[in-house]
Design a protein around this ligand. Structure first.
Ligand SMILES: Nc1ncnc2c1ncn2[C@@H]1O[C@H](COP(=O)(O)OP(=O)(O)OP(=O)(O)O)[C@@H](O)[C@H]1O
Length: 252
């Protein structure tokens, strides 16, 4: 029998900055294994929603439960890192270090400080890093300086780091925004394949509707902090998209 456990539950979540609404009374249930694309015009609240889900210090109102637990349960970095992994557009890699160290940084939450510092000299768990890098097609670049890699390769290093971290939920904010279309497809293809292999839950903000349709199972349209639609990808129509992206009528 299929279990339909909600790994994320948001109830009536609102966030505003200086009185301006960024998220407005958002309620949302997300099941384990879903691949969700957040789409919508600039300023719609996509990044704010991802920040809320990452349990960053976003102040707002409403209720959040991650795998049945409130945010306070995840205050400990180790506990949080096992549940939630984040990929950002700028990858958050240390450019001056070899690739292997950036990949093993995925283990930092597990390791003692001593071991983490030691890993800068004697790479620990090298096999684990090698395996993760092979899975993203970068097994041959393990000792290269991270900053010398292309943008697409650096994003793959960030994925390898997540393979080592093994969070249950992956939040990705515009992971392909800085890549050309061929590399963007390549990177999204790898990310969504890994997520399926690992049975993880993926929530990604995207500007491309085509990528949302091709790589994700569910699409949520946000506009001005509110939800315009929440659909399985195969039910998304041009009418939904027109409504989502329409330019605001001016009074002129
Ligand atoms: N730290 C902040 N301080 C003030 N206002 C903010 C802050 N973060 C977001 N906002 C505002 O909240 C609203 C939602 O922004 P958000 O970045 O979540 O949108 P987005 O959909 O991710 O946009 P984009 O596609 O351009 O990245 C916007 O009006 C934005 O200006």
């Amino acid at each position: 029998m299929e279990t339909s456990q909600n790994i994320i539950e948001l109830n009536d979540v609102s966030v505003s900055f200086d009185g301006k609404i960024a998220l407005s009374s958002l309620s949302l249930l997300i099941k384990k294994g879903e691949r969700i694309a957040l789409i919508g015009p600039s300023g719609a609240g996509k990044s704010t929603l991802l920040n809320v889900l990452s349990l960053s210090n976003v102040s707002g109102t409403g209720n959040i439960m991650i795998d049945g637990q409130p945010p306070s349960f995840y205050r400990n970095r180790k506990v949080r890192a096992k549940k939630i992994g984040v990929i950002r557009q700028q990858f958050d890699l240390v450019n001056a270090l070899p690739v292997i160290h950036n990949v093993l940084a995925g283990k930092l939450a597990d390791w003692s400080l001593f071991r983490s510092v030691l890993s800068l000299v004697i790479p620990q768990e090298k096999i684990m890093a090698e395996q993760a890098l092979s899975r993203v097609g970068l097994g041959h670049k393990i000792l290269e300086q991270t900053g010398s890699l292309s943008g697409g390769e650096q994003q793959r290093v960030a994925f390898a780091r997540l393979l080592v971290q093994q969070p249950e939920i992956i939040l990705a904010d515009e992971p392909v925004a800085s890549l050309d279309p061929a590399r963007a497809e390549d990177v999204l293809g790898i990310l969504t394949k890994l997520v399926q292999e690992e049975n993880q839950t993926l929530i990604t903000s995207l500007h491309s509707v085509d990528y949302a349709k091709k790589y994700f199972t569910r699409v949520i349209g946000l506009r001005e902090g509110g939800m315009v639609f929440d659909l399985p990808v195969d039910q998304l129509t041009d009418r939904h998209l027109k409504e989502l992206y329409k330019l605001r009528e001016t009074s002129e």
